[in-house]
Design a protein around this ligand. Structure first.
Ligand SMILES: [Zn+2]
Length: 58
C-alpha cells in the first residue's frame, strides 16, 4: 500500500547544531565543514561561506 509521496525537501532541522560544507545537503565541495548553531532567539542561520540558509523547525 505504498504510494509515492511528494515530499518537499527543505533545509529544516530539529537540532540547533548543524554543519555545512557547501553544496547540496552540506555534502558538496564548497568549503571546509563548519558547524553552525542557531541561537534561541533566532529562527535561521546562514552559512558565512556559501550562504546556505538553515531554518530551525519549531
Ligand atoms: Zn556553507
Amino acid at each position: 500500500m505504498e504510494k509515492n509521496k511528494k515530499i518537499n525537501k527543505k533545509k529544516s532541522i530539529k537540532l540547533e547544531k548543524i554543519f555545512c560544507a557547501g553544496g547540496e545537503d552540506g555534502d558538496g565541495d564548497g568549503h571546509p565543514k563548519v558547524y553552525l548553531s542557531i541561537g534561541e532567539k533566532e529562527k535561521s542561520i546562514s552559512c558565512p561561506y556559501c550562504g546556505n540558509v538553515f531554518t530551525k523547525s519549531s
